[in-house]
Design a protein. Structure first.
Length: 118
């Protein structure tokens, strides 16, 4: 019996959607896998899209430039928190939408010194 890549991925428990290499893939409401060659954008990015991409790029660059101990503190915070997020995820969320009270609560519950995160 021959199986295509989509059904093989389903057997392996992979659920995918979005751009994978030169393809765009998704699942229909009926659960069928759809693959097609990725098409180039029809119009250039809007000013708002460029601003949002710049925000994400800036935060990612800031994460990469953090000193090792600070990055480790964010990773430890995530590991101790018991939530399904990485240190990078928490750093990203806090950088894009700073919530000092929420971060203070998370630090208090995990035993991380908030000063170690800066």
């Amino acid at each position: 019996m021959r199986r295509d890549q989509a059904s093989l991925a389903q057997i392996l428990g992979l659920n995918y959607a979005g751009d994978i290499g030169p393809y765009t893939c998704y699942r229909t409401k009926q659960g069928k896998h759809v693959w097609f060659l990725r098409a180039p954008p029809r119009s250039p990015a809007s000013e708002h899209q460029r601003q949002q991409r710049l925000r994400w790029t800036t935060v990612a660059a800031a994460w990469r430039s953090l000193p090792g101990p600070v990055r480790s503190a964010w990773l430890t915070l995530a590991a101790r928190s018991g939530i399904t997020a990485t240190g990078y995820n928490i750093y990203l969320a806090y950088s894009l939408h700073p919530d000092i009270a929420a971060l203070a609560t998370l630090c208090r519950r995990t035993g991380i010194n908030p000063e170690d995160l800066t």
